[in-house]
Every structure is written in structure tokens, then in C-alpha cells.
Design a binder for this molecule. Structure first.
Ligand SMILES: NC(=O)c1ccc[n+]([C@@H]2O[C@H](COP(=O)([O-])OP(=O)(O)OC[C@H]3O[C@@H](n4cnc5c(N)ncnc54)[C@H](O)[C@@H]3O)[C@@H](O)[C@H]2O)c1
Length: 390
């Protein structure tokens, strides 16, 4: 058996997927079947070709249908604008491909519901890439909660602050189009909410929803855009349709969580950070220093008690046996999360039993549930912070 992979979308996250399939077989033991790196698809022909060359994929195509129709391709990552996910995923599942789709599942709840239905009926594996539960620091804190080191969470406070939209000169892209709630809330709030549930249990209700659009117009780009890269812009502008900033309280099974997301937080290119306060102490994580977490335990001597910094290494999830040098202090970042995610997906496609595999990726039903929570936040905001059950 050979697993032949393709990636649709060669933008910011598309490159991370293309690279992750390369790295995935090198993580842990060599138990995956041989891989074939078949194709990259992007309507931006130049970018697609450059990405295929850079990561050693055999060809670049400009129409995703070429991938759906290629009988040699087994596994496909869908890494394009959220509003395109439904059409492309439908075509791929119809063609019998295994699909790893980026978050959020889609741009509207209706499309998300249809995608979840398609996944339930598919004979192939369909998963969604909500990467952060595989971040070693996040996984370590979850383990300390579950094994009683930290014990039950009492209070969670999380932020995902980004600054990609803080300049009014940053061009219009697909990220600024779609209903309120599909902006910062869906883009990075999807991750933060999924992490909050990982640590504090499922969301029962949300309240205190508030959203704002603080830069109402953006210049149109003159050419193609990639991720958050600055593009040359025209004099013409278009209206920003969705939220630059959102906040809400998530009432989790174990505790309340105060969550805040922004794409206009100057100085925070990728500022995911949270603190969780528990029965036996507390822990905090910041994406700026992803190979460290801070831990506080009540049982230290009072005179010397305080937060300590823990360097993550071979005693922690994912790092242990998963990196070439798996010792503390070597460091790692967000790209490894994509590789762990790809490894878990390939293990599932290859038929590894769940107990011998990395934790499975989220299902499309999980992705739909994530969208339902964010939609409840948008409803809460619409009704002045009212409590809403997703
Ligand atoms: N998990 C994460 O950490 C993470 C990070 C960034 C983005 N994402 C997700 O990844 C997806 C893509 O985001 P991005 O920032 O990489 O976007 P991007 O704008 O950088 O890239 C999208 C690419 O899709 C291409 N494209 C557009 N229409 C296409 C089509 N019909 N067929 C093929 N290619 C097409 C564009 O030319 C562009 O190169 C989104 O769903 C986003 O939410 C996830």
C-alpha cells in the first residue's frame, strides 16, 4: 500500500499541509506505508508550481477537479477560503478521497451542516484540522488536569489576539467577507473555543457576546493575496462585512471561560494565550514561547511558592519520541502541530487501530459543533449579550 497525497490551496496554511505530509512519516517509528507526493492545486499557477517544487510534489494543477478525478490520489487536504470548503469537499468525497479540511468547517452553518452530513455518509475518512490540541504545551496542561496534578478547572481565561488586520492598508481578502461571526471569531475563535473545551469540558451555553468591526473599509488588492502578506492595493475600497474583535463567556462543563479574539491587536502576530486556574494550582500557555508552559502548584513551600517555567521535552505528549531531538530546551513551534495532525490523519487512513495511533483528528460533526457555538456567540452579541445555548 502506498498513500498518495495532494493539497488544495498553496497559501499560508496550504504550505504547512504540504510540508506536514513530508514530515509526518519521520515522526515516531517508520510505521506508515510509503508515501507518494502527487499534486498541489491552486488557482494561482505560479504559487502552486513553486509550492510543488519546494515540497517535492510531482505536479501542480490549477483546478481542484483534476485532483478529484485523479485515480492515483488517496488523501487530500483542503486549505482554501472557508466559503469554498463545501463545494470542494463534496467533490472529493464523491470521488472517494480521504479529506482533511481546514477549520472552520465552512462559512455558514447551513454549509457546515451539509458537510457534516456528507462526512457521515462517506465511506472514506473526513476530518477537520483544529490543530492546537496537538500543541505539546496545550496537551501537557490537559494531561495535568486529567491526571489530578492540576485537578478540576475553576476558571479559564483565554485570548487569541492577532494583528494581521490592524493596518487599514491591509487589503481586502476572503477573511473580511461573510456574516458577523465569520471574521476574527471564526478565524481564530474556532481554535480558542476548541482549546477551552479540551481543558474545561463541552460548552453548555455562551453569554456576554459582543463583536465589533473597527476598520469598516479596506482597499482592494491589485493581484493575488496570500495569507496575511501585504499586497499592492488599488484606490478602490470594499466594505468589511464581519468582526475584527469578539468576546464572550463560554459556560463549560467544569468552569466558566472568558474568551476574547482580535485581528487588530497590534504587536501580537499570533498571540494565542490562556491561563487555567484549577483546584490544585494553575497553568498558562503563550504561543510566543510554545515549547514552554508555566505551572503553579499549591503544594510548594509557601515561602518559595510561585509560577515555574517548564521546558517541554521527552516527558511531555507529542514531543516524547516524536521529534528528532526530543529533549527539553530544543524548542518547537506551530509547524510541528500540522505535522502531528497529518501523521494522525495518515495513521487513520492507513487503518492503524485507534489505541496504537495519535489521537484522531476532529470529525466534521465536531467541526459543526464548533460552528454552532460560534454562531451562538453571534446571536448572543445580536441580543446584547443574552445567554444562548448552542
Ligand atoms: N489551522 C491553522 O492554524 C490555520 C492557519 C491559517 C489558515 N487556516 C485555514 O486554512 C484555510 C486557508 O487559509 P490561508 O490563510 O492559507 O488562505 P490563503 O488566502 O493564504 O490561501 C488560500 C489559497 O487558495 C487559493 N485558491 C483560491 N480559490 C481556489 C480554488 N478554487 N482552487 C484552488 N485554490 C484556490 C488561493 O490562490 C490561495 O493561494 C482557511 O480555511 C483557514 O481558516 C488554518
Amino acid at each position: 500500500m502506498t498513500i498518495s497525497v495532494a493539497v488544495i490551496g498553496a497559501g499560508m496554511a496550504g504550505k504547512a499541509h504540504a510540508a506536514a505530509y513530508r514530515v509526518a512519516p519521520t515522526l515516531y517509528q517508520s510505521t506508515l506505508p510509503p508515501m507518494r507526493y502527487k499534486a498541489i492545486a491552486d488557482i494561482n499557477a505560479e504559487l502552486g508550481a513553486a509550492t510543488a517544487r519546494r515540497y517535492g510534489y510531482e505536479e501542480a494543477v490549477t483546478d481542484w477537479r483534476a485532483i478529484a478525478e485523479d485515480p492515483d490520489i488517496d488523501v487530500v487536504s483542503v486549505v482554501i477560503a472557508n466559503s469554498l470548503h463545501l463545494e470542494v469537499v463534496r467533490g472529493l468525497l464523491d470521488a472517494g478521497k480521504h479529506v482533511l479540511c481546514e477549520k472552520p468547517l465552512s462559512d455558514t452553518l447551513e454549509a457546515g451542516r451539509e458537510m457534516a452530513r456528507l462526512a457521515r455518509e462517506a465511506s472514506t475518512v473526513a476530518r477537520i484540522g483544529l490543530t492546537y490540541r496537538r500543541t505539546p504545551g496545550v496537551a501537557a496542561i490537559q494531561r495535568w488536569i486529567a491526571d489530578g496534578t492540576l485537578g478540576r478547572p475553576l476558571h479559564f481565561s483565554g485570548r487569541y489576539w492577532c494583528d494581521y488586520a490592524c493596518s487599514p492598508d491591509a487589503s481586502m481578502t476572503w477573511r473580511y467577507r461573510g456574516p458577523m461571526g465569520s471574521g476574527a471569531l471564526a478565524d481564530v475563535g474556532s481554535h480558542l473555543t476548541y482549546i477551552a473545551e479540551f481543558l474545561g469540558g463541552p460548552v453548555k451555553a455562551v453569554s456576554g457576546g459582543a463583536m465589533s468591526t473597527v476598520i469598516p473599509e479596506r482597499p482592494l488588492p491589485l493581484g493575488a493575496t496570500v495569507g496575511h502578506e501585504r499586497a499592492a492595493v488599488s484606490e478602490e475600497t470594499a466594505r468589511v462585512e464581519n468582526d475584527d474583535y469578539a468576546k464572550f463567556t463560554a459556560h463549560l462543563r467544569d468552569c466558566d471561560a472568558s474568551l476574547e479574539v482580535s485581528r487588530v491587536a497590534a504587536g501580537y502576530p499570533n498571540g494565542l494565550n490562556f491561563e487555567v486556574f484549577c483546584e490544585n494550582g494553575a497553568a498558562s500557555f503563550h504561543q510566543d514561547t510554545p515549547s514552554q508552559v508555566r505551572l503553579y502548584l499549591h503544594d510548594d513551600h509557601p515561602a518559595t511558592n510561585g509560577y515555574r517555567t517548564v521546558n517541554l521535552g521527552s516527558d511531555h505528549p507529542y514531543v516524547q519520541g516524536g521529534l528528532p531531538m526530543d529533549v527539553a530546551g530544543v524548542g518547537f513551534g506551530q509547524n510541528e502541530g500540522f505535522a502531528y495532525q497529518a501523521r494522525a490523519f495518515l495513521e487513520e487512513v492507513a487503518g492503524f487501530p485507534e489505541e496504537d495511533s495519535l489521537p484522531r483528528n476532529a470529525t466534521f460533526d465536531d467541526g459543526l459543533r464548533n460552528m454552532e457555538i460560534l454562531e451562538a456567540v453571534a446571536r448572543s452579541a445580536e441580543f446584547n449579550g443574552k445567554k444562548v445555548t448552542p
